[in-house]
Design a binder for this molecule. Sequence first.
Ligand SMILES: [Zn+2]
Length: 479
Amino acid sequence: MYILTMATLEERLEQLGLEVVIGLETHVELNTKSKMFCACKNEDTDQPNIYICPLCTGQLGILPRPNQEAIKKTVELWVAIHGQITPIIDWDRKHYEYPDLPKGYQITQLENPIVVWGELTCYRLDGSTFTVQIDHIHLEEDTGKFLHEGDHSLLDFNRSGRALVEIVTTPSIRSIDDMSIYFEYLQKTVRALHVSDADMEKGHIRSDLSLSLRKKGTNDLNPRTEVKNINSFKFAKDALSVELDAQLSYWEEHNEPKQEQVTALWDVKEKQIKVMRNKENAQDYRYIKEPDIPAIDISHLAKELKINTDTLPFQIEDPIIKAGIHPKDAKFFSADPHKAHILFSLNKEVDDLGLTTKTLLNYFQEDDYTEENIAPLGEILSYYKKWDFSGWLLKKAMQQFMKEKKVDVKTVFVEEKIDMWLLEETIAQVIEENADIVEQVKNGDEWKINVLVGGVMKALGGKARGDIVKEKLQEKLGV
Ligand SMILES: [Zn+2]
C-alpha cells in the first residue's frame, strides 16, 4: 500500500520551491563460475558453508587471484553506459569490523575502478526520457551472510568472496519514479548482457539509495539519508517516499534541510526508516592499496570483447515507442530480449514495427513467442500491409492462425477482399443518398464525414477499412 501519494509529495516540493536529489549505488552479483579471488563455486544453495575455502573465510597465508571472467563481465557494462575504461586497474582494502567480513577488510577498487563516467538514458511511461549520470563501476568481493535466529546468530560464507559489481551514479536523479525506472533498467541491462541473473529475491541485485532536498536552481548537496540494501522496486519506492515525507516535514518546520547525514535500513513490516548509524566518511574505512594483487592492464579488453548491444533496454524500447506503441508495452519487450528478438525478426519481413508489435501484443500469449510461430505471420502481415485490407480481415486471419497454426492467406484475404470498384460504387451511392450531409461537410462541418464513412462501412458489412473509406470520401468531396 502506498501511504503517501506521489502527487501530494510533488505538491509540497513545489510549494517550498525544492527538488529531490537522488543517487544510487547498485550492487550486482556477477554470474561467474567461481568467486572473485579464489576457485570456490559461485552458486546459490540452501546448504550453508559448502562453497568455502581458507581464502574466502579470511584465513591468513593465501594470496588472492583476480577472476578474469569477472573483470571481462564488468568491462562489458562499459558499453551499456558509454563510459570510459580505466587502462590500468588496481585494488584497495576497505577496513571495517563485522562478523560477515572475517578478515576485517574487503578488497575493492577505490582509486582506479574498471569503468569511469558514463550515462544511461531511460524511457518514462509518458514517453519522455531522462539520463542518469554514472560516476563509476567498480569490482569487489561480496561479504558472507549474517543471519539472526531468535537468541543466536548464524554465519554462512557461501556468498563471501563472490564477484560483486557496484554501479555508482552521481546525485543526478530528480524523482522517485525516475529512480525506480533507472533501477529496472539496470536489472534489464545486466540480464541482457548475461553478466548476472539479477534475481532480486536472491539478492543478486540490490541498491543503496540516497536522498536529500535542495532549493530548485541550486547545486547544493545537503546532508542525505542513505537507505541500504534494497532488493525490490516496490521497497525502493516505498522507502524513498517515507524518507521524502520526513525530509519535507523537517524543511516545513525549520525552513532548512535536515542537518544529519545518516545510514538507514527500510523496515518492510513497519514501513519505517530505521537509522543504523551516522554515515561514515572514506577515512573511517582506512583505505590502503591492496599489496597482494598487482595492477592489471585491461586496455586491450575494450577492443577485443564483442558485445551485442541489440538487447539493451533502450535499444529495444526506442524504435518501438517511436513506432507509436505505448512505453508500457515497449517495456514488456525490453523485459525479455527473446520476445524482442522475435518481434524484430518478424518485422524484418513486415517492415511496419507498429503493426507487427500491435499484432503480437493482441494475439500472442507468453508461450507463443517462438521462431516457429512467427514464420507464417510474416506472410499474413505482409499481405495485409500490401493490399488495403480491413482490420476485420486481419482479425479473422489471426484468429484462424492462432487456432490452426496456419492460414491460407489467399482464402482469407484475396477472396474476401472488397473489390475497389465495389468500394467506389458504394461511396458514390452513399454520397447520392446523403446530399444534405455532403453539403454540411463541404461547408466546413468536417466531422460529419464520419456519418458518411459509417454509411459506407455498413453497406459493405464492415469489410472495408475505415481510414481508406474516409480518404476516398475526402478525395471525392474535395475536402
Ligand atoms: Zn574460496
